[in-house]
Design a protein around this ligand. Structure first.
Ligand code: F0G
Length: 435
């Protein structure tokens, strides 16, 4: 028998307070709203901080396998009763980076970057997926499914393979990044290319899950949110449990905004931190329904037809709207909208520092730059911007930027064709060292 956290108890809760058992496979409450996982714990913030620190990064006989995971070492606040069911790579334990060039680019002297592209399948999705697939295993799901623009599908395919559960992924036909499709196929998920956009795929997979009994692991699944909260716990721990002034992330379907809001609420309530950062969600201009909502104080639920180069956030009808609104309101947060050009400009600098990220992720850095320009972020403020995915996603945009765009942008890194001679190499070297 494995350890369960002291006196821990978890359940699923509807907006009106109705409770459902933690093993109930329903995705929605009777009133149609999304569910939230609640944990009752007698642990104090100080007890939890000590336990998390003791588990961190240990190897060898004294450690438990799940302690190696940057998700499961926070298990009291994620899924305290997982026991032997845990399906882990492990994941998480991602770096918090400082780069002078990004500070100069944004004007935020206290900027740090939390790089979730360092997760096993290349995005933050692995943090939610380890928990979603663990739940699928606990409830004996015969198959799991998701809709995706790429990262979720690669993540689900990998974790389902690890768990030995068949997976179905629904992706928009012709709109999924090649590398992500490759991962999904390689890990063995059945891949359905749906004639429609992401919003259509999400509607279809929900219907399929309700009528065919497939276990759904999109971020409307409340267990996914529990895993994604650990991005926040981990970065707070890396900061010695001193919250930054601003916490900035890209936003599409709003699962992550909801997860960050919930993590901050819980961290504050438990006394893990004594103040909450302002949460900043950044949307692409052509896919910005949440930004429009923020502009009218969330009086209306907006929907748009989404267009942006940032494929991961090309979403017009975000599912986790209400939970995300709560996160923004409670943290005195902000929602921003940045153009594709601003996203690309940020990405080129992030990449040139050697850090690299996918286009959607660069929205967070573009957002920090906008906040500094507007005078909301002062140079002295501490800011954490989350990079959600890896540089190898959507490489076509960068190939176009560096190799094909006319006229060449000043920082374009054009490949150079040379004769196979030392003389030709020496010429290039002279030019590089003169620059
Ligand atoms: N960043 C990346 C790299 C993503 O893959 C996603 C979502 C987001 C940001 C937005 O997060 O939806 O929680 O607001 N990607 C989904 C997918 C849609 O299918 O992989 P969100």
């Amino acid at each position: 028998m494995t350890e369960h956290a002291t006196g821990a108890q978890s359940w699923q809760q509807a907006g009106d307070g109705t409770r459902y058992h933690e093993h109930d496979v329903r995705m929605r409450a009777d009133d149609g709203g999304l569910l939230e996982i609640m944990h009752a714990t007698t642990d104090t913030g100080a007890m939890l901080r000590a336990r998390f620190a003791a588990r961190c990064c240990m190897r060898g006989a004294v450690s438990r396998a799940e302690d190696l995971s940057g998700v499961w070492r926070f298990r009291e606040l994620v899924m305290p009763t997982a026991g032997d069911a845990i399906v882990s790579h492990p994941e998480g334990n991602t770096p918090l980076l400082g780069r002078d060039r990004l500070r100069a680019f944004t004007g935020a002297d206290g900027l740090l970057i939390k790089h979730e592209g360092h997760n096993p399948t290349g995005s933050f999705k692995d943090r939610g997926m380890t928990v979603g697939v663990t739940q699928a295993k606990r409830v004996g799901a015969r198959a799991v499914a998701c809709a995706s623009t790429g990262n979720t599908s690669a993540s689900l395919a990998s974790y389902a393979a690890n768990a030995g559960i068949p997976a179905l992924v629904f992706v928009p036909d012709g709109q999924i990044a090649l590398g992500k499709l490759t991962q999904t196929l390689a890990y063995g998920a059945r891949t359905l290319m749906v004639r429609g956009d992401f919003d259509r795929c999400l509607a279809l997979v929900q219907e399929a899950s309700a009528s065919l009994g497939i276990y759904l692991v999109n971020s409307i699944n409340p267990w996914r949110i529990e895993g994604q909260k650990t991005i926040v716990f981990e970065l707070l721990e890396q900061l010695g449990w001193i919250a930054p002034d601003f916490l900035v992330l890209p936003a599409g379907n709003l699962g992550n905004t909801a997860a960050f809001g919930k993590a901050l609420r819980e961290a504050r309530a438990l006394g893990l931190i004594d103040r909450v950062p302002r949460l900043v969600s950044v949307q692409a201009e052509g896919a910005n329904p949440f930004f429009r909502g923020f502009a009218d104080d969330f009086a209306t639920r907006h929907r748009v037809e989404a267009h942006t180069i940032a494929t991961a956030i090309k979403i017009g009808d975000p599912a986790s709207w209400d939970r995300a609104v709560q996160g923004i309101r409670e943290s005195d947060g902000l929602v921003l909208s940045v153009s594709d050009e601003e996203i690309l400009a940020a990405k080129v600098v992030i990449d040139a520092t050697g850090v690299g990220c996918e286009p959607a992720s660069a929205a967070s850095v573009a957002g920090v730059r906008q906040l500094v320009a507007r005078g909301v972020v002062q140079p002295s403020h501490s800011v954490v911007a989350v990079l959600t995915g890896h540089v190898l996603k959507d490489p076509g945009i960068l190939v176009q930027y560096h190799q094909e765009r006319e006229p060449a942008p000043p920082d374009a890194n054009r490949p150079i064709v040379i004769d196979a001679t030392i003389r030709a190499v020496a010429d290039v070297l002279d030019r590089v060292s003169a620059a």
